[in-house]
Design a protein around this ligand. Structure first.
Ligand code: DGY
Length: 447
């Protein structure tokens, strides 16, 4: 529900960005299908009344899944000149071509919602049965290849894998990565104000890592041992944990009639062991002094002491104990007081806070949605309501941008952005038809 006159509606934006079963985040800047964007966007399709299209988004993302189970962060379904680094730079020989890293796996949590809230029960059961085995494999891949020592803390090998590309959290670990020694031309800074994007210094290292993966044939053992960037990423750990819990619930409770437990018993057993390991292992990332969780540079063995939204995402995963959750609740209130169009991705008191530069300070509505769920789950209802209101204020101030200046509400990055439109449709300002359906369903449950 944007305040901009003549601006496309949230549903129009999804249609505008629909390239045939998959939705680009925005035209030009991101012309392919991205992993966590696709998951969030599927919620928008469902809330717009098109459940079949929502499941199609999931299916098309899974077309990119590797034989080892990884679901990549980009699936290059078509050609496009407007993005760097494209498929030729990643050099992945498969069809469709993909990138060689993953992204926070919010997909399983979204599928649980599609299944639970979908009104077409035949469709939901059919689609879940068809896609769930692939998503179980995806989660097994994460634990197997990114936590081979069983610490309970999966690692990322690239800042892009966290989705929070230039977060101050990665400044330290990225400094240990050499710069690529080849010339390249960025496309993003020709499409978006460069002051809202990462610096060349960071890109030089992002591209070095892309080449490093290729030179090492994407070999899991070699990458774990030798990748110059290896970070226990608290946002990835949290989103994976929540997704795994949701997968287990889907199989054991929500979709019990599909008999998924029988078919996937061993995998579910292994996933539950991983859940237990993370519940214990994540405590090594808690900072009593800062009042939130932190990521850790696994190569240098140091905690990355930056207060960012990543560090409060454990709320979404149900990982903090009561005292930790309470401390994080206090932090959120203070955070929003200092940057009202929040939650600012980096705490405004940080010396590295930049309110409009990508992940160094702007607010992102899909993160806000996860944080609000996490707050609700921990009884922080007032904080959840504040986060929701701040998110509505962003859209009211500027429309459907990729992210928002957390101090002024100005829209930043790409315009007509799919996940912002999806969050409006599903979470912030659902269409009457969607809320009426939901109300009807809960009335049926009660009666
Ligand atoms: C980009 O290109 O900006 C992306 O964040 C990488 O996935």
């Amino acid at each position: 529900m944007t305040a901009m006159p003549d601006a496309p509606s949230a549903h129009d934006i999804l249609k505008l960005n629909d390239l045939g079963g998959y939705t680009v985040p925005t035209r030009g800047l991101y012309p392919f299908q991205w992993n966590w964007d696709a998951a969030i966007t599927a919620l928008g399709w469902m809330a717009a009344g098109d459940e079949a299209r929502a499941w199609r988004e999931v299916e098309r993302l899974l077309e990119g899944q590797w034989d080892n189970g990884m679901v990549p962060h980009i699936v290059f379904h078509g050609d496009a000149e407007t993005y760097f680094p494209g498929p030729e730079v990643w050099g992945v020989q498969r069809s469709p071509s993909t990138s060689a890293i993953s992204q926070p796996p919010v997909l399983a949590s979204v599928m649980k919602i599609l299944f639970e809230e979908g009104r077409d029960r035949t469709l939901a059961e059919q689609k879940l049965a068809a896609t769930l085995p692939a998503v179980i494999d995806y989660h097994l891949w994460f634990y197997r290849e990114r936590d081979p020592e069983g610490t309970g803390r999966v690692c990322s090998y690239h800042p892009w894998e966290s989705g929070m590309d230039n977060s101050p959290q990665w400044d330290g670990p990225l400094a240990g990565v050499p710069a690529v020694d080849a010339e390249y031309v960025r496309r993003d800074t020709g499409l978006v104000d460069p002051s809202e994007r990462p610096h060349k210094y960071e890109y030089d290292r992002y591209i070095y890592l892309v080449k490093f993966f290729q030179q090492n044939d994407h070999d899991a053992k070699v990458l774990y041992r030798d990748c110059p960037y290896r970070v226990e990423d608290i946002s990835l750990i949290s989103i994976l944990h929540r997704g795994t819990r949701d997968l287990v619930t889907l199989c054991e409770e929500d979709a019990a009639s599909l008999d998924l437990v029988n078919a996937h018993g061993e995998a579910l057993f292994s996933l539950k062991q991983s859940l237990a390991r993370t519940e214990e292992g994540v405590q090594a990332l808690w900072s009593e002094e800062l009042g939130c969780f932190l990521s850790r540079d696994a190569r240098a063995n140091v905690l990355l002491e930056h207060v960012t939204t990543a560090g409060i995402l454990p709320l979404f995963a149900g990982l903090p104990n009561d005292a930790q959750a309470k401390q994080m609740g206090g932090l959120v209130a203070d955070w929003l007081a200092q940057a009202p169009y929040g939650v600012a991705s980096t705490h405004p008191e940080s010396t590295r806070f930049e309110p409009k530069r990508y992940w160094r300070g702007p607010s992102w509505l899909h993160i806000n949605w996860m944080l609000a769920i996490g707050c609700e789950d921990h009884g922080l209802t007032q904080e959840a309501a504040q986060i929701k209101q701040a998110s509505k204020d962003c859209i009211a101030a500027a429309g459907y941008w990729e992210y928002f200046n957390s101090v002024t509400g100005e829209g930043c990055g790409g315009r007509d952005f799919s996940w912002t439109a999806a969050m409006d449709l599903y979470w912030l300002n659902p269409l009457d038809i969607f809320t009426a359906n939901k109300a009807q369903d809960s009335a049926v449950e009660v009666s």
